[in-house]
Design a protein around this ligand. Structure first.
Ligand code: HEM
Length: 411
């Protein structure tokens, strides 16, 4: 499978002036929202996030349906379409309001910002990237570990580095919960934190290090760079029971996954796209062996019918009795490359986890799987956007929380 990007490309966050980047992102999001509303044939478009001002008023576009229901989303240009229909003036008004609102959003959301450390610790992202690069070149599997760490952090108590806290005498921390037992990459975060404390003490949060490290891991394995808004602060609470309650299990079906992501403000599109992270990394046999139970090598029957027979046969051998600790790639064709291989595997019924293969069992999610499989640009763009969205879940900002000096313990 072809690699998506060039590992050494600098992220947009490194090259854009910090003051302009958030504006760029908000405007891009606003433009995307227009396109989305038009595609949904929605007559109204709500601009801005929870603003108690004009930016949250619905604007009536009275847009007719798209030119053709088969027009691919990636090439349809709502501006051209609307100009064709002679409503350019309305678009200009909408665009002007959007730009004003985008600027307003930057102020209202000044908490998370691309280039947040530009003044306080200019080398922050470089240090993280350096440590991640070092670790990943020694063990490429750590890239997958770091992407997963950020996901498991954000889904439990928000992106507050609660996943990094060690258990204490009084409480069992998230990292010791069942679904987190196989997390890896903690020492990479520790190494980055240690250097950051020397360079700019008590400034860069562990939660932001996780977000930067996840992005750098994507890029180092061949994915596309995306700017990471920062300014998260670290939480003080970490409970194993919260991890159990919030992380979807590998047996979840589409409805359960959709609910788990909706609970975090993420859409089905985000869910399918973020699942694409399984294009790198491993899963232990214990996470999917139920799909192989009863498998009879001589008859080739007994496995989950949603799994392609040859894949079931191969996995049954790799997970022979007594090898519950064995781990296998989730994208067997290119386990270390951040590409579209995972989605192609799903289309061939070669998904390893039930929670992966279930994505082709529903019309809406199956369509998203196919879009991501066959349009690399669409996938990588969606992935960066969805990671930024995930990275904003219930963040602590401003004076909330703290900047831990050691990511494993509360100050
Ligand atoms: C959709 C719901 C999801 C479920 C049910 C799920 C479940 C799992 C499971 C069971 C494993 C293997 C654990 C093991 O056996 O060791 C795994 C690995 C992994 N997950 Fe997910 N996951 C989901 C979504 C995500 C998301 C949203 C991301 C990141 C954006 C992600 C990133 C990863 C990565 C990179 C690995 C490989 C980790 C490694 O090799 O160390 N997963 N996931």
């Amino acid at each position: 499978m072809e690699m998506i990007g060039i590992a050494s490309i600098l992220s947009r966050g490194d090259s854009s002036p910090p003051s302009l980047a958030p504006l760029y992102n908000s405007a891009r999001e606003a433009r995307y929202n227009i396109s989305k509303a038009l595609h949904a044939n929605s007559p109204t478009l709500t601009i801005g996030r929870p603003f108690a001002n004009i930016c949250s008023l619905p604007i009536n576009l009275t847009a007719p349906p798209c030119r053709s229901s088969t027009t691919p989303a990636a090439v349809f240009d709502p501006y051209v379409y609307l100009a064709d229909r002679g409503v350019m003036a309305s678009v200009m008004v909408v665009a002007a309001v959007l730009w004003l609102c985008a600027a307003g959003e930057v102020q209202a959301q000044a908490q998370l910002q691309v280039g947040f450390y530009a003044q306080s610790c200019p080398q922050a992202e470089v240090i993280v990237r350096d440590e991640v690069g070092r670790a990943v070149s020694a063990n490429v599997g750590l890239a997958a570990g770091l992407v997963r760490l950020h996901f498991h952090d954000c889904f439990v108590q928000g992106c507050d580095a609660s996943v990094l806290l060690d258990s204490t005498a009084n409480s069992t921390a998230e990292k010791d919960a069942g679904p987190n037992k196989s997390l890896r990459g903690f020492e990479v975060i520790d190494a980055a934190k240690e250097r950051l404390e020397s360079a700019c003490a008590a400034t860069v949060s562990c939660a932001d290090i996780l977000a930067f490290a996840a992005r750098d891991s994507v890029v180092l394995t061949g994915g596309s760079p995306y700017a990471v808004p920062a300014g998260r602060r670290d939480g003080n609470v970490s409970a194993a029971s919260d991890a159990q309650a919030n992380l979807p299990p590998p047996t979840a079906d589409v409805a359960q996954l959709t609910q788990a992501f909706a609970n975090k403000g993420l859409s089905q599109e985000d869910m399918v796209t973020l699942s694409g992270a399984h294009t790198i990394g491993l899963t232990h046999c214990s996470s999917f062996s139920a799909r192989l139970q009863g498998y009879n090598a001589s008859t080739g029957t007994g496995q989950d019918p949603a799994m392609d027979a040859a894949t079931a046969s191969r996995l049954a051998k790799q997970c022979a009795p007594g090898s519950a600790d064995a781990a296998v790639p989730m994208d067997a064709g290119s386990p270390d490359a951040f590409d579209t291989g995972y989605f192609h595997a799903l289309l061939a019924n070669q998904g390893v986890l039930a929670s992966d293969q279930t994505l082709t069992s529903d019309n809406a999610t199956a369509a998203l799987v196919a879009q991501n499989a066959y349009n690399t640009y669409l996938f990588v763009t969606r992935f960066g956007d969805a990671m930024v969205k995930m990275g904003g879940i219930q963040v602590l900002t401003g004076a909330d929380g703290q900047i831990r000096t050691d990511c494993r313990v509360v100050n």
